[in-house]
Design a binder for this molecule. Structure first.
Ligand SMILES: [Zn+2]
Ligand SMILES: [Zn+2]
Length: 296
């Protein structure tokens, strides 16, 4: 049916962090899956929302400051956990991926882009402008690793800007603001979720079995953050935030949506608990290597 899609959540890599870095109570280090999503559209075919770590990210993390990044957040991934390998298991060849929507340009979201040679890319104009305009230090601070982008990235890139943007309606009106109806059939709405990264976007969709889902990228990391509503520690704001005020406003909009739509799925990229619940509800709609075969 037009306007409805199949949603499968994927995991390509993991990292770890102290819960206090997210303003949560002290406890054991938390594991964060590097999540992405496969969206199967009846007309447009296979679309990815991000793609986790991948071969290019692994290569980059062997040296210098990228190596330090890997050590600090304990980032790990292995070839069999890459998005292309997981899709292959599911019977989907990498050439069949028609589009990758990029939430933002951090390595845990774009590290596998090079695996999809036939895909067009979609990103917010503000996010791309930062990639283009920033110098060495700006890119380092924004955690943008340009070497992860395929050589022909620009030729395959479509930017979301003022054109085609329109007010959100229906249940999405609760979120306020505007978005982009990517295919003009109401199946996929790109939503601005600024704060964590410049020009970050999420996706709102409705699945063929009637689930409303919002893929929220890194608008928040763990669902407890919505419940607690605590400010992030200063260090996290310094290293993981483009605009702390916009981050809080984005979180407020998403919390309001969750509170008024209790049946909807709010799915951030790295929340293990949300992923576990999705798996319980839709066991065949998760692509992830077994726990014992994650690799390092
Ligand atoms: Zn990020
Ligand atoms: Zn992330």
């Amino acid at each position: 049916m037009s306007g409805e899609v199949m949603l499968t959540l994927g995991v390509s890599g993991h990292s770890c962090a102290d819960p206090r870095h997210l303003g949560l109570d002290a406890g054991a280090a938390m594991s964060f899956p590097a999540g992405w999503a496969l969206i199967e559209h009846p007309v447009q075919g296979a679309i990815l929302f991000d793609c986790g770590y991948g071969p290019q990210a692994r290569l980059a993390m062997r040296r210098g400051l990228r190596w330090l990044y890997r050590r600090v957040i304990h980032a790990c991934s292995a070839p069999h956990t890459d998005a292309a390998a997981l899709l292959q298991r599911r019977g989907l060849a990498r050439d069949e991926v028609r589009m990758v929507v990029l939430s933002h340009f951090h390595p845990d979201h774009i590290g596998g882009l090079g695996q999809f040679p036939r895909a067009r890319f979609v990103a917010h104009a503000d996010a791309w402008r930062q990639v283009e305009d920033s110098g060495w230090f700006g890119l380092l601070h924004a955690q943008i690793w340009k070497e992860l982008l395929p050589a022909d990235f620009v030729a395959r890139l479509q930017l979301l800007d003022e054109r085609g943007r329109r007010g959100l309606d229906g249940d999405l009106a609760t979120l306020g603001g505007e978005g982009w109806d990517l295919f003009g059939d109401g199946s996929l709405f790109a939503l601005p979720l600024p704060g964590h990264a410049r020009g970050q976007i999420g996706l709102a969709l409705r699945t063929h079995d009637g689930e409303r889902a919002i893929l929220a990228a890194d608008a928040f990391w763990r669902r407890e953050q919505l419940d607690l509503g605590r400010d992030l520690p200063w260090l996290t704001r310094l290293v993981a935030m483009d605009d702390a005020t916009a981050y809080r406003e984005t979180l407020r909009r998403l919390t309001r949506f969750r509170d008024t739509h209790p049946g909807a799925w709010l799915i951030p990229a790295h929340c293990a608990q949300t992923l576990a619940e999705w798996r319980q509800r839709h066991p065949s709609a998760v692509l992830e290597a077994e726990a014992g075969e994650r690799g390092g």
